[in-house]
Design a binder for this molecule. Structure first.
Ligand code: FES
Ligand SMILES: [Fe+2]
Length: 364
């Protein structure tokens, strides 16, 4: 069931929903929003969550619903160790979800409170994200060990700066992801003097290769028509960039130039079946000593993400009417691969749409 969101102007948007990929890690929120003794809310794949940080530092994520009568646990209390429901005061250990106390039980009751569990999801902190593992519906108690590794931003050494950006998108996760990997929108959506202009369109040839549950744009010298990459040229060493896409929703980009590097991890996370959120985390040691580079990078990055966001808000207006859509060669080939990879994951066939390295051509 699609949920309603609104544009900046308050226009309600109700677009088509996407099939969701379960049994994987998704970023729920930034852990710097987890204040001592406070509970925070988030939503992933249409599931309301309550998150917090225990006194010992561990982060947790529970379904924001008391197993007794369904009131959100987020309106209750948290003392750093236990979450207490505000309706009848049941107390839960938040990492396991185990009920530790039911205040109304008397000596005449035989109910063992500790056999009752609220739903707790595996939750890990990496790069300032609280990653939550969302198991598929009906795959048993949710607090069990996740089989996949927690995603992590690649870093090359201990001295680096970092930043995070985020934007809500009023479209489903599929549109968010194919918008992310689509090379042809760059000159139109991201026109700016410091990036590129429409006039800078030129023919590109990029080599792709299959990787597990994804594909890689093989290491190449970055496009000569964008200013930030030109800047890296000041180090006088060859610049090389590698871009990976991996299911369910991750794009990583690593730029290296001698011992200088820039690394980013972008995720498009389904908030509900019909809306998503883009998060970019980045770390770099290039220009480490230049003061104010972090706010400058954040400013330009935010502008970039905002351009995508504004375009997708406009697109969502069109998608409300469920138009039929097209994917064309070669610029939309990565989008086709994404849909094929996703289908293979959902069907459990493990079939990979890219069987050998291949070159794609487009103008951007
Ligand atoms: S609804 Fe939570 S304790 Fe009753
Ligand atoms: Fe974009």
């Amino acid at each position: 069931m699609p949920l309603v969101t609104t544009t900046k102007a308050g226009v309600p948007i109700q677009g088509p929903s996407a099939t969701l990929i379960y049994d994987d890690w998704y970023p729920a929120l930034r852990t710097d929003t987890l204040r001592k003794g406070k509970l925070a809310k988030a939503m992933l794949l249409g599931i309301p969550l309550v998150l917090g940080r225990r006194t010992d530092g561990r982060v947790f994520a529970m379904r924001d619903s008391c197993p007794h009568r369904g009131i959100p646990l987020s309106v209750g209390w948290f003392d750093g160790n236990r979450v207490t429901c505000r309706y009848h005061g049941w107390e839960f250990e938040p990492c396991s979800g185990r009920c530790e106390l039911i205040p109304s039980l008397s000596g005449h009751d035989h109910l063992d409170a500790t056999r009752i569990y609220a739903t707790a999801f595996p939750c890990e902190e990496r790069d300032g994200h609280a990653w939550v593992y969302i198991a598929g519906p009906g795959s048993g108690r949710k607090g069990e060990t996740a089989e996949r590794a927690v995603p992590e931003l690649a870093k090359f050494g201990g001295r680096y700066r970092s930043a995070h950006l985020s934007a809500d998108l009023p479209c489903n996760v599929d549109h968010g992801i194919i918008g992310l990997m689509d090379p042809a929108h760059g000159p139109f959506v991201h026109q700016a003097w410091w990036w590129r202009s429409r006039a800078s369109i030129r023919e590109k040839t990029k080599r792709f290769e299959p990787i597990p549950e994804g594909f890689r744009m093989s290491a190449h010298a970055p496009s000569g028509n964008s200013a930030p990459y030109k800047l890296l040229g000041v180090y006088g060493e060859p610049v090389e960039t590698t871009i990976d896409f991996m299911l369910p929703n991750r794009r990583t980009e690593i730029i290296r130039c001698g011992d200088k590097w820039f690394s980013s991890l972008t995720t498009v996370t389904p908030v509900t079946a019909s809306t998503c959120r883009i998060d970019v985390i980045a770390a770099w040691n290039v220009f480490y000593n230049i003061p104010f580079l972090t706010p400058i990078a954040r400013f330009f990055g935010a502008k970039f993400v905002r351009q995508d966001q504004e375009t997708m808000i406009q697109q969502a207006e069109g998608l409300k009417h469920n138009p039929s859509l097209m994917l064309i060669d070669d610029a939309d080939k990565p989008a086709k691969w994404y849909f094929a990879l996703k289908q293979a994951r959902l069907d459990g066939t493990g079939k990979h749409p890219v069987d050998a390295p291949i070159e794609l051509h487009w103008r951007s």
